[in-house]
Design a protein around this ligand. Structure first.
Ligand code: URA
Length: 241
């Protein structure tokens, strides 16, 4: 069915359908946006420049490329490498769902905004804000870990700035697969610390005040506050009042 799929306009411009690549079942499924020129001509995902960078960083963090399956939100190349439209993404969704059901991964790594949105449509943060966060969602009948990260093409545009965060996200993915990852402790505010904080503010000297939120977007919730009147002590501070 996939090979002859004509469910959206991308069927007119493609050279071929580019299916998932790898051996399944597999514990790791990595999902990009859509094939580029190289993938369209060679018939496999991530064989071009993005794929070379992805494989290099996977090797750096010890993720075995041969144990992962690679696929895309869209299986056909959009003309001029434009982003697939909502209609095109929806038309291809059954093939993505089929990949997940057959690959049956423990961990899914969406690469870039399009794949991230396919799995976490209600998350208000952008991919550059929340990359590397660890989500747990029931998908295709059981809980899977989702670790969204940026797209390798984004990394390639400014490697000094972006490669470290991409590497850190894939290193975390490796930790999860190895059972070495520990979820962060939930933030707890004790009554005592609130009283101490109030005393510090009442003393009226200089103090630093810091707010921790659950994201960087404007609707993020406050999950903790910190204050300190001693330089370089107490919770991390951002500004002095
Ligand atoms: N970019 C993608 O999102 N997918 C590919 O397969 C290649 C480049």
């Amino acid at each position: 069915g996939l090979i002859v799929c004509r469910a959206c306009p991308l069927a007119d411009a493609r050279t071929r359908v580019v299916p998932a690549f790898g051996v399944w079942p597999a514990r790791l499924l990595m999902i990009g946006e859509a094939p580029g020129v190289d993938e369209d001509s060679q018939g496999a995902p991530f064989v071009g420049r993005s794929g070379i960078l992805l494989k290099a960083v996977m090797a750096e963090v010890g993720l075995d490329f041969n144990l992962a399956v690679l696929t895309n939100v869209n299986r056909c190349r959009p003309p001029n490498n434009r982003e697939p439209t909502e209609r095109e993404k929806a038309a291809c969704r059954p093939w993505l769902d089929l990949d997940i059901a057959t690959v049956d991964p423990d961990v899914i790594v969406p690469l870039g905004a399009t794949a991230y949105r396919a799995f976490l449509p209600d998350e208000p943060s952008s991919i550059t804000e929340i990359h590397g966060h660890v989500y747990r969602r029931v998908i295709a009948g059981r809980e899977r870990v989702i670790v969204p990260t940026v797209h390798p093409a984004f990394v390639a545009r400014n490697q000094p700035a972006n490669r470290p965060l991409f590497t850190a996200d894939l290193a975390r993915t490796k930790e999860i697969l190895d059972g070495r990852y520990q979820d962060p402790q939930p933030f707890r505010v004790t009554a005592a610390s609130l009283v101490e904080m109030e005393e510090l503010v009442r003393r009226g000297n200089h103090f630093a005040f810091d707010v921790e939120t659950d994201g960087l977007h404007r609707t993020a919730r406050i999950v903790g506050v910190g204050a300190s009147d001693t330089e370089r002590s107490g919770p991390e501070y951002q500004s002095w009042v």
